[in-house]
Ligand binder design. Structure first.
Ligand code: ATP
Ligand code: MG
Ligand code: FE
Length: 350
């Protein structure tokens, strides 16, 4: 089926068009620059930007895919989780399109969409698989027993998301937003072992009882303290070493927990997603340690790792293939939609 997907949960207005697992177009407009001076995404600014970007993004996606609105078999949209005001813009647009075109509508979960991104122009997912999603808004470890039917939350961040930690530490070091790429660059040439920063919640006892929650705010504070002490002593701050030490701590925690979860659940497959996957050190360490543990790793291309509409269309395509019915219009933006709700408001059997 030919599906158009709308994503507006954060600062990316994403429109994607897929035919089954084949990616036809993936248009992304980001309001990131408008948030730069605030050091993080401002919800009201993001929502306004979606309103302005949606129409041109839809037109661009249709043109790139060389299809017309009337060719579509279904519309898909992110219902949550995400910023309520931002989500509402996409939800409103999707409902309007579905009603006007008289096409089925699939309201889906953003996080599960990140997993579905990996099936586009690729082999179907092998089940079960462990998925680690790391972005500016999320740090979630999931057990995917069946993409369209059974996704379990193994753990998530108790405070800052991994990407958020990169952004905040960049700020401490006087580097611009978004901080991830800046820290990555600054860390090159730094010694990751020069300063050992804390690895939050990663003792064996923290991972007992099958919980894999994350905490990055203590790490951020540790970096801030370290820098303050240096400055108070009138000594220069070795930015490369601080960046490398911080990055190493984040990467270590993420990979350790993901592989522990693979071992604990006897799942030799790990899927990585979210914007933080752009981090070179994270990919390197994950691939290295996974290979040693006999775990295969799947990483979608980067433009499918960051927020996009193609993954939302892709997830709907998988739901349709699995025989799921469309959503009714009785849904809204759910900023805290749990990952277990893969699709919302599925209509009753006819
Ligand atoms: P959501 O949380 O809803 O997925 P988001 O817009 O916050 O949305 P993404 O766009 O997927 O998330 O990713 C942006 C985040 O990824 C930012 O926090 C950014 O600092 C981080 N990031 C980008 N590149 C890198 C990198 N090379 N290393 C570490 N973090 C990075
Ligand atoms: Mg983003
Ligand atoms: Fe996301």
């Amino acid at each position: 089926p030919l599906v158009l997907g709308i994503e507006s949960s954060c600062d990316e207005t994403g429109i994607g068009i897929v035919r089954g697992r084949t990616l036809l177009s993936n248009t992304i407009a980001s309001s990131m620059e408008q948030h730069a001076r605030y050091g993080g995404v401002v919800p009201e600014v993001a929502a306004r930007a979606h309103l302005e970007a949606l129409q041109p993004a839809i037109a661009a996606a249709l043109a790139e895919a060389q299809v017309a609105l009337t060719d579509l078999d279904a519309i898909a949209v992110t219902s949550g989780p995400g910023l309520a005001g931002a989500l509402m813009v996409g939800v409103g647009a999707a409902k309007a399109l579905a009603v006007a075109l008289d096409k089925p509508l699939y309201a889906v979960n953003h996080l599960v969409g990140h997993i579905a991104a990996d099936v586009l122009d690729a082999e179907p997912l092998e089940h079960p698989t462990v998925a680690l999603l790391v972005s500016g808004g999320h740090t979630s470890l999931l057990l995917v027993r069946e993409l369209t039917a059974d996704v379990e939350l193994l753990g998530e961040t108790m405070d800052d998301a991994a990407g958020e930690a990169f952004d905040k530490v960049a700020r401490i070091l006087g580097l611009p937003y978004p901080g991830g790429p800046e820290i990555d660059r600054a860390a090159t040439g730094g010694d990751p072992t020069a300063i050992r920063f804390p690895r939050g919640l990663s003792r064996a006892s923290d991972m007992a009882a099958h919980r894999y929650d994350f905490s990055f705010s203590g790490l951020k504070t540790a970096v801030a303290r370290w820098v303050e002490q240096r400055e108070a002593a009138g000594e220069p701050v070795p930015i490369a070493d601080v960046a490398a030490g911080f990055r190493e701590a984040v990467v270590d925690v993420l990979v350790t927990k993901a592989l522990d979860a693979c071992a604990r659940h006897d799942v030799p497959r790990l899927l990585l997603g979210g914007g933080v996957i752009a981090n070179r050190r994270l990919r390197e360490v994950a691939l290295e340690r996974a290979a040693a543990a006999g775990v295969t790793v799947r990483i979608p291309p980067l433009r499918l790792c960051t927020d996009n509409g193609a993954m939302i269309a892709g997830l709907a395509g998988q739901l349709i293939a699995a025989g799921r019915r469309p959503s009714t219009l009785a849904f809204g933006a759910d900023s805290t939609l749990p990952v277990t709700e893969i699709q919302v408001a599925e209509s009753d059997a006819a």
